[in-house]
Design a protein around this ligand. Structure first.
Ligand code: ZN
Length: 231
């Protein structure tokens, strides 16, 4: 065991990591959140229902096939601390597992069966460097593990660095994201059915901006999957 791993294990021995959702002490094999909380998240199961609330939110804004969200994102809810850990506190394991569990759910219907490529909503490279990873990409790899569909991360790109969306109104959010995504090589996506993946859908403006950039690809079909849905 290298010194760093030894030190980490000693820290864990004296300061055991607890689940961000239920505060129970985590097992050695768990990271960030306990498996019980992850598997017991209340599901929207909306991939089983056409014209669900996420599809109604996005209707008429971009052409899409289907939209699925995994769980509800609400104040005081179990998902919120998990997404917070995923985004701001190196919670990659949580993101991967959420994606994988979601993918296992989606395999119960034909939602994911015709998808060719999984495409995470990109961060600006500068922001990704600051965070160390893109949380949507981590979720995408979890989905990919379950559904055995490849992930492409470097073709839809974010070309404008802008501050966080959190405190903006719907109109401000739209102005903030309009025109900030670009496709590097449209031929990679042409004729494909892609699954656009993000962590949480709130107003849908980020998804809409990605959808607008994707319109440059001929005969492209878009479906959308997010872990959280703000109702
Ligand atoms: Zn827990």
């Amino acid at each position: 065991m290298c010194n760093l791993a030894l030190i980490n294990n000693l820290i864990k021995l004296f300061l055991p990591e607890v689940c961000v959702a239920c505060s129970v002490e985590l097992l050695q094999s768990e990271s960030g959140a306990c498996l019980k909380c992850l598997y017991k998240l209340p599901r929207t199961n909306n991939f089983l229902k056409e014209n669900n609330s996420a599809e109604i939110l996005m209707a008429g804004r971009i052409p899409f096939e289907r939209i699925a969200t995994f769980s509800y994102f609400a104040d005081g809810g179990v998902l919120r601390p998990m997404i917070h850990k995923l985004k701001y506190n190196n919670g990659r394991d949580i993101g991967f597992l959420l994606g994988k569990i979601f993918g296992e759910d989606l395999l119960q219907s034909d939602f994911i069966k015709n998808i060719d490529i999984i495409v995470p909503v990109p961060l600006h490279p500068k922001k990704q460097r600051l965070r160390g990873y893109n949380q949507a990409e981590i979720i995408a790899y979890g989905l990919s593990e379950a559904a055995k569909i490849p992930v492409i991360t470097n073709n839809l790109t974010r070309v404008v660095f802008n501050p966080t969306q959190t405190k903006r109104t719907k109109t401000e959010r739209w102005k903030n994201v309009c025109g900030i995504f670009e496709i590097k090589d449209t031929s990679i996506f042409e004729g494909k059915h892609i699954l656009l993946v993000d962590d949480v859908i709130t107003t849908g403006s980020t998804i809409e901006a990605c959808g607008n950039a994707l319109q440059n690809c001929d005969k492209l079909k878009i479906s959308i999957a997010t872990i959280g849905e703000v109702l």
